[in-house]
Design a protein around this ligand. Structure first.
Ligand code: NAP
Ligand code: ZN
Length: 342
């Protein structure tokens, strides 16, 4: 087994603590990656907050970059020393209709998540990349685009692809009016991508102080969502709204912002949402979600070609609690990244 060190959560209100554990020896199609940078996703915070009392320790981290340290006997895509990136799924059954169509995030047997999941072959629990090394199947490892900062690429592997996928699915381009709810890790990348694809972008934020940042990212309009008058002014205007807010809220105002046949793509993972049936009455709307990862290579190619990455604040792994506490308070512009072995 391969010895690894990292930081683990032991309960919802406890600081993370150092942990030593092991990764599996490489299978023939495995790649071992020395983790240099891991992004701190709000999903990590949700996962820690929902840990049950007495649950085994959880090592979070599902968007990371690093360097290949070893490859299995049948791996041909990577060599030792290659810079790589990994996102929030690391395996899938490979046999179901979704997998055969290379839509692995929608695997009927449920894909193996980077942490908090179960290895498909031996049933062992997966532990994430707030740790020095990760072992994953080669098909779920991606080459780092040349010329991009690995720290700023790490958030692309979850926050990035989660917002990229629905933009592409909707065919967003110069004729499209896109709304982005919440200017956080996902939200700032959603704006950057939608602008780069040529869309006209409206940001909905609860933080009036973020208006200048939203405009600097390329947003055309900024609506403070707590202002009913400003919200009413956008009614019926948008083709697609990506809702990235991390807390429970009423979806009605965003359904109301859509034009006929518009789509609300709900990306946040609060415990619940409020959806009044009246907000759907007489409308022809679609409400969707996104599992991310399927369009990862396309997104990385696009980011490489356009020089796009996340805005990051890098802290050493030992300061993970500072990062999580500040993320919980919304004090981040726009993604914390932990330097692990950089
Ligand atoms: P984040 O960086 O904390 O950003 C979330 C943003 O939500 C905040 O910046 C804030 O934006 C807004 N917000 C916070 N509290 C709010 C409230 N009470 N009402 C309305 N808006 C509020 O989080 P993130 O990492 O981008 O993640 C966002 C959500 O997506 C989380 O729930 C996360 O678990 C989920 N997620 C889902 C997937 C997926 O595959 N579906 C993948 C990754 C993450 P403003 O200050 O602009 O209002
Ligand atoms: Zn995430």
């Amino acid at each position: 087994m391969r010895a690894v060190t990292g930081f683990a959560a032991y309960g919802p209100h406890e600081p993370l603590r150092p942990i030593e554990f092991t990764r599996r020896e490489l299978r023939s199609d495995d790649v071992a990656v020395r983790v240099t940078h891991v992004g701190v996703c709000h999903s990590d915070l949700h996962a820690i907050e929902s840990l049950a009392a007495g649950a085994p320790p959880l090592v979070p981290g599902h968007e990371f970059t690093g360097e290949v340290t070893a490859v299995g006997a049948e791996v041909t895509r990577f060599r030792v020393g290659d810079p790589v990136a990994v996102g929030n799924i690391v395996d899938s059954c490979g046999r179901c209709a979704s997998c055969l169509a290379h839509r692995e995030p929608y695997c009927r047997e449920f894909p193996t998540t980077t942490y908090g999941g179960r290895d498909l072959r031996d049933g062992s629990p997966t532990q994430g990349a707030y740790s020095t090394e990760y072992v994953a199947r080669d098909a779920f490892v991606y080459a780092l685009p040349a010329g991009l900062d690995p720290a700023a690429v790490a958030p692309l592997m979850c926050a990035g692809v989660t917002t990229w996928a629905p933009l592409r699915r909707a065919g967003v381009g110069p004729e499209t009016e896109v709304g982005v709810v919440g200017l956080g890790g996902l939200g700032h990348l959603a704006v950057r991508f939608a602008v780069a694809l040529g869309a006209r972008v409206t940001v909905f934020t609860t933080s009036a102080a973020k208006e200048a940042d939203a405009r600097a990212l390329g947003a055309d309009d900024v609506v403070v969502s707590t202002d009913p008058g400003a919200m009413a002014a956008v009614a019926g205007r948008l083709d697609l709204v990506l809702d990235t807010a991390s807390a429970a809220h009423d979806l009605a105002p965003y359904l109301g912002a859509l034009r006929l046949d518009g789509t609300l793509c709900v990306l946040g993972l609060p415990e619940q949402y409020v959806v009044s049936p009246m907000s759907l009455l007489g409308r022809t709307l679609t409400v969707s979600g996104s599992a991310g990862t399927v369009e990862t290579q396309e997104m990385l190619d696009f980011c490489g070609a356009h020089g796009l990455t996340a805005d990051v604040e890098v802290l050493p792994l030992e300061q993970v609690d500072t990062a999580l506490a500040r993320l919980a308070e919304g004090d981040v512009r726009y993604r914390f990244v932990l330097a692990v072995t950089a």
